[in-house]
Design a protein around this ligand. Structure first.
Ligand code: PMP
Length: 385
């Protein structure tokens, strides 16, 4: 048995969700939406299940879906991809991450990662034998500098793992940050693995910049996407890896021996969804933005100081600026007792955690958000004393 797993605690998301269920608390912890998925995507998948071919599809994914992914990114991000040589469909972004990390990291290779970290990254890097080199990002902007990169890049750097937009901080890395990263990736001959599952959930007319849209990164990056986040169907686990053909070949081999392939009917549903008109995606963003604004307005009126949320389903409370001197884990415990589950952002750090922010998921119906605001408002004076 590998000690990495025997010693691993349950994730904070599962723990908080279980405690929310046990106590009847409103769950603003785990990031899943409670309404708003597209019925036609479900219909296409249901029809494909009943009338289509339910045997193993190609390990690379249904050609229709690979073509839809390529057409989608050409239309939305100005990225040109060869659907037959540069795209591999996976069982969610999680499998895409595993396939890429196992394909690209060898024992002793250094891997640059940015904290706060999505929870799957470190265990996968460690299991692949990689040596993590961590950059610590901090509120309110959560950006990295050249000095940060100087401190972690070395001739042993093989891979950089980036999450953009970044969960849990709800911040984005723009073109300038990606170009800065590109200079280091080029100098040290590293590959950039960019987890872009939140690419469509960006607000205030922001445009997502993919690593593949940065010329210096086009041939040395792997972009990961997921239908789960784009269509609010987080249980479907349809993801993809996009990379220049030589990299793609290796990724496809790694994927072949993880899951080999992915349910064909769900792939058909996502292919249909990706082909929706551009307006559909702006309307979807608009809905999440309204929910963000509702939660932020309610909590601001109640006296909480909120950090900016430029993307994802999340927004964070700035505890110190809200007049709360307790750390995030203590506050999350107290708020659970007050009837609302949240996630302490320190859980996303492997070392030197930021302990002054608490993540809330706003992808919920108005009535749920309103009830949560009420409970959080009642709890605030107790947190300050
Ligand atoms: N990466 C990030 C940053 C995520 O937030 C998530 C989902 N919470 C995933 C990967 C996993 O995506 P999937 O469900 O497609 O495996």
């Amino acid at each position: 048995m590998h000690p990495l797993y025997t010693q691993m605690p349950t994730t904070i998301f599962e723990t908080m969700s279980a405690r929310a269920r046990a106590t009847g608390a409103i769950n603003l912890g785990q990031g899943f939406p409670d309404s708003g998925w597209p019925q036609d995507v479900l219909d296409v998948a249901a029809t494909a299940l009943l009338t289509g071919n339910n045997q193993y599809p190609s390990s690379l994914g249904l050609p229709d879906l690979r073509e839809a992914v390529a057409a989608h990114y050409a239309a939305h991000q100005g990225v040109t991809l060869d659907p037959m040589r540069e795209i591999t469909i996976t069982s969610g972004a999680t499998e895409a991450l595993a396939a890429a990390i196992f394909a690209l990291v060898e024992e002793g290779d250094e891997v640059v990662l940015f904290q706060p970290l999505y929870d799957a990254y470190l265990p996968l890097v460690r299991r692949a034998g990689g040596v993590p080199r961590l950059v610590r990002l901090a509120p309110p902007h959560w950006q990295f500098s050249a000095a940060d990169l100087d401190a972690v890049f070395s001739p042993r750097t093989r891979l950089v793992i980036l999450n953009n937009p970044l969960n849990p901080s709800a911040s984005c890395f723009g073109r300038t940050a990606l170009e800065l990263l590109a200079t280091y990736a080029e100098r040290f001959d590293a590959v950039v693995l960019s987890d872009e599952v939140w690419e469509h959930v960006v607000f205030d007319d922001r445009r997502h910049t993919s690593v593949l849209a940065v010329p210096a990164l086009r041939d040395r990056s792997v972009k990961i996407g997921s239908g789960g986040k784009i269509f609010a169907l987080t249980g479907w686990k349809i993801g993809w890896l996009c990379a220049a053909s030589p990299l793609s070949q290796v990724l496809a081999r790694s994927h072949q021996f993880l899951t080999f392939t992915t349910p064909p009917n769900l792939q058909a549903g996502i292919a249909h969804g990706l082909s929706k008109p551009l307006d559909w995606f702006s309307a979807m963003r608009g809905q999440f933005q309204r929910s963000r604004d509702r939660l932020v307005a309610g909590l601001t009126a109640a006296g909480y100081a909120m950090l900016p949320s430029d993307g994802t389903y999340f927004v964070s409370i700035d505890l110190a600026a809200s007049g709360i001197s307790l750390d995030d884990v203590t506050v999350a415990d107290r708020l659970l007792a007050a009837g609302v589950a949240t996630i302490p952002v320190s859980a996303f750090y492997a070392e030197a955690p930021v302990t002054s922010t608490l993540r809330l998921c706003f992808a919920k119906q108005d009535s749920v958000l309103d009830a949560a605001i009420e409970r959080l408002a009642v709890a605030l004076p107790g947190l300050r004393s």
